[in-house]
Ligand binder design. Structure first.
Ligand code: GDP
Ligand code: IMO
Ligand code: MG
Length: 428
């Protein structure tokens, strides 16, 4: 059976926690897009793990973890990430990296930074991890792939062809040029460390599907950061939607059994771009402090707002989400007034969709449904029935508006702080 987990908002919905929680039911956990712009936090037995490129099944020694074709990988940062895990005692893990995934090269980081500076007020607010320039090179056929480090002669030839073009661009944006021999040696030095992990994951995954293995595809980022469906240009450079799994992992679309959409009980966004329900007030500050809403990767304070169901429903409808996982619900205890955005007002018209242009989105004003707040601490509650009446009303409103059941309710960062509302494993 093949599960896809996707973020329904602007990322940081709690994908890492729920992936780790569901990993015990899985044989394989696979990241299919993005790179180390992602920051997925999991808390297991009180220990916090901050994963960037590694799939969130990595803490579980029984799971095979895969970084698929659609990802971009900073191999140097990946090795650091693996070493950090080892320092925390996680030495027994299984990892495969796709030979077809693209390498984030050092010059991609320089170019990411340079473009942001040159854009001035128009900057995207990227994580500066080289994601955009790496995906651009992939599309321009100027990329270096993970499998290339296993083929020294081919790697040299590719660098001889590509590096002069990259150096030309670097010169134009006043950045230091790269020496071919030095860069080649740096990449080749990774071969003995990583070669046992590099395979054609597309072949591996299709075989696993035929054998009936349970596979979970873990999306990074969120639907509103999707290159095609998000708030362009304030987006990332891949598609976090379930729709993209098939191409990113080279598996048939029909093999996907269930799509689980991950949403926060409120909304956050990091970086620039429109955010209709943003709260630049005391309520926003309170949610930020209680929810520890500071970036895992860049440590930036996250922008915070009320739950925007126009955003959530948009993602559900594009991706055919079957179930929701409602995260960080505990953070809303004592938040008053408590509101959910159901529509936007755009130039005097009431709409329930995301306008395609940034200028229209910037003119949208939220229309709210006022919800009843609750005061009880819900972080120790283990079953749905024990939740306060008002909390259940909040959940039911989401389900009815989105026409989609909430399967999991997360009431704390720890693996155990999870309430199961629907049994998705018996609903194939
Ligand atoms: P991801 O990028 O989608 O994996 O999410 P992040 O890890 O960037 O951000 C989610 C944050 O919320 C992390 O610090 C998690 O430990 C934390 N978290 C996840 N679920 C819950 C929850 O139900 N309650 C609380 N209070 N924190 C949670
Ligand atoms: P996870 O997987 C939140 C945002 C950046 C920026 C935009 C483009 O932890 O949910 P990029 O570096 O990708 O070119 O930046 O996308 N962004 C994220 N925001 N969570 C993430 O990942 C993000 N990955 C990228 O802040 O606005
Ligand atoms: Mg994150």
């Amino acid at each position: 059976m093949v599960f896809v987990l996707e973020g329904l908002q602007w990322g940081d919905e709690g994908k890492g926690k729920i992936t780790d929680y569901l990993a015990s039911h899985m044989d394989i956990v696979c990241r299919h897009q993005g790179g180390n712009n992602a920051g997925h936090s999991l808390v297991v037995n009180g220990v916090r793990y901050a994963l960037k490129s590694l799939p969130s099944g990595i803490i579980n020694p029984k799971i095979i973890n895969v970084i698929a074709n659609g990802c971009v990988v900073n191999l140097f940062s990946l090795i650091e990430e693996i070493n950090t895990l080892k320092e925390k005692g996680i030495t027994n893990f299984n990892l495969y990296i796709s030979s077809r995934a693209h390498i984030i090269m050092p010059y991609h980081l320089d170019l990411d930074g340079a473009y942001e500076e040159l854009l001035k007020n128009g900057k995207i607010g990227t994580t500066k991890k080289g994601i955009g320039p790496c995906y651009s090179d992939r599309a321009s056929r100027l990329g270096i792939r993970v499998g290339d480090i296993l083929e020294p002669e081919y790697l040299k030839k590719r660098l001889e062809e590509i590096l002069p073009i990259k150096n030309l661009t670097l010169r134009m944006v006043n950045k230091k040029e790269y020496d071919l021999e030095e860069l080649y040696n740096k990449l080749i030095s990774l071969k003995p460390i990583l070669e046992e992990h590099i395979i054609d994951t597309s072949v591996f995954l299709r075989k696993a599907i035929k054998e009936g293995k349970n596979i979970l595809f873990e999306g990074a980022q969120g639907a509103m950061l999707c290159l095609d469906n998000g708030t362009y240009p304030y987006v990332t450079s891949s598609s976090p939607l379930a729709n993209s799994v098939s191409i990113n992992a080279s598996i048939p679309p029909q093999s996907i059994s269930k799509v689980v959409g991950i949403m926060k009980a409120y909304t956050t966004r990091v970086g620039e771009g429109p955010f209709v329900t943003e709260l630049n007030n005391e309520i926003g500050d309170t949610i930020r402090e209680i929810g520890h809403e500071y970036g895992t990767v860049t440590k930036r304070p996250r922008r915070v707002g009320y739950l925007d169901l126009v955003v959530v429903k948009n993602a559900i409808e594009i991706s055919g989400t079957n179930y929701l996982s409602l995260m960080l619900l505990d953070v809303l205890t004592n938040i008053s007034p408590l509101k959910i955005c159901t529509h936007y007002e755009l130039d005097g018209k009431i709409i329930d969709y995301i306008p395609s242009t940034i200028s229209e989105l910037n003119r949208c004003k939220p229309i709210y449904k006022e919800m009843k707040p609750w005061k009880e601490n819900i972080s120790k509650i283990k079953d749905y029935a024990s939740l306060p009446k008002e909390t259940k009303e909040y959940i039911s409103f989401i389900e009815e508006y989105c026409n989609c059941k909430v399967a999991f309710i997360s009431v704390g960062p720890d693996r155990d702080a999870t309430i199961i509302k629907e049994d998705i494993f018996n609903d194939w």
